[in-house]
Design a protein around this ligand. Structure first.
Ligand code: ZN
Length: 301
């Protein structure tokens, strides 16, 4: 990939593995693996807007600019200040039963086509945000999140990574009673309550990984590991998901795909375990980052 060569040879700070995009104070920041960053609108003299979402509409142009910025512009940043890095995606795709072991624990056969629903964008939350709950059966689902960097239509699986801006950690938090209300599953409602879509902490470019199709991921509740798996257990890879979706409808820059959760959710345990106020939910993907989301009691409006 030409971009990779550029980082390796022309700019000391963008060695392979160091390009991350975040939001601090509602503004887009370029952040390095060593914990320094720069405000993108300021550093570019206004060439790029401060709104984090706008960056994905000009992703190719942004990457060329970012590869050339000098190391002297960067200053230390506080990871606790990171906010939701992709705040207003046009579309959020989410995939059900996409890990073999999770399909097994849920008692469903491995799907022959991707099972797709949406998380409404209003549920998205930041990497350090609290999650307010008022129901009894709130469950965790750690997921790898794909952030699109180009408009994609009829893309092949082999070409799909060229359309991806980067990866983030996500939680597809799910209220299992609402999910099962009525005769058909209510995935989109049950998984879109306010705060039920934490993601971040940064968007990490995919070329940083030796194999972006085999990443360790998991989550813990109050320090006790509940999920631990690898994305190589996917039934449909990132490439296959982009191919399938982009043949049905356009995918836009900044769109998200919550790619499904591995085994170890709370609802299928015996007895079941659910989140309660006071819990701290920690979620990670190897090389991508960690979310730390305290669960709190929702206050009456
Ligand atoms: Zn999920």
């Amino acid at each position: 990939m030409t971009a990779e060569n550029r980082y390796d040879t022309k700019c000391i700070i963008y060695r392979r593995g160091e390009m991350r995009i975040g939001s601090i104070g509602g503004r887009a920041w370029l952040v390095t693996a060593d914990g320094t960053g720069v405000d993108i609108a300021e550093a570019s003299g206004g060439r790029f807007a401060s709104a984090p979402q706008a960056l994905y509409d000009v992703w190719d142009e942004f990457r060329v600019w970012a590869a050339e910025i000098g190391i002297d512009r960067f200053a230390p940043v506080d990871p606790a200040s990171f906010e939701l890095p992709v705040p207003r995606p046009r579309q959020v795709f989410a995939i059900g039963a996409n890990y073999r072991a999770h399909a097994a624990e849920a008692g469903v056969a491995p799907p022959e086509q991707p099972v797709i629903f949406t998380k409404f964008p209003s549920c998205l939350a930041g990497p350090n945000d609290t999650v307010p709950i008022r129901h009894e059966r709130v469950d965790w689902e750690t997921e790898l999140v794909v952030v699109m960097g180009r408009e994609a239509r009829n893309v092949t699986a082999a070409a799909a990574w060229d359309y991806v801006a980067g990866l983030a950690v996500g939680q597809d938090i799910s209220e299992r009673s609402i999910q099962r209300l009525g005769p058909m599953p209510q995935f989109s409602m049950a998984k879109s309550l306010p705060g039920f879509g934490p993601m971040g902490p940064l968007v990490v470019t995919a070329d940083e990984f030796a194999n972006p199709d085999d990443l360790e991921l998991g989550c813990a509740v109050n320090g006790v590991t509940m999920q631990s798996s690898r994305t190589s257990d996917f039934i449909f890879s990132v490439g296959e998901l982009v191919e399938y979706i982009s043949h049905l409808m356009p995918m836009y820059p900044g769109d998200l795909i919550f790619t499904g959760t591995p085994e170890g959710v709370g609802a299928t345990r015996k007895p079941p375990i659910f989140l309660k106020p006071g819990d701290v939910l920690t979620s990670w993907v190897e090389g991508v980052g960690t979310l730390v989301n305290p669960i709190i009691q929702e206050q009456a409006a």
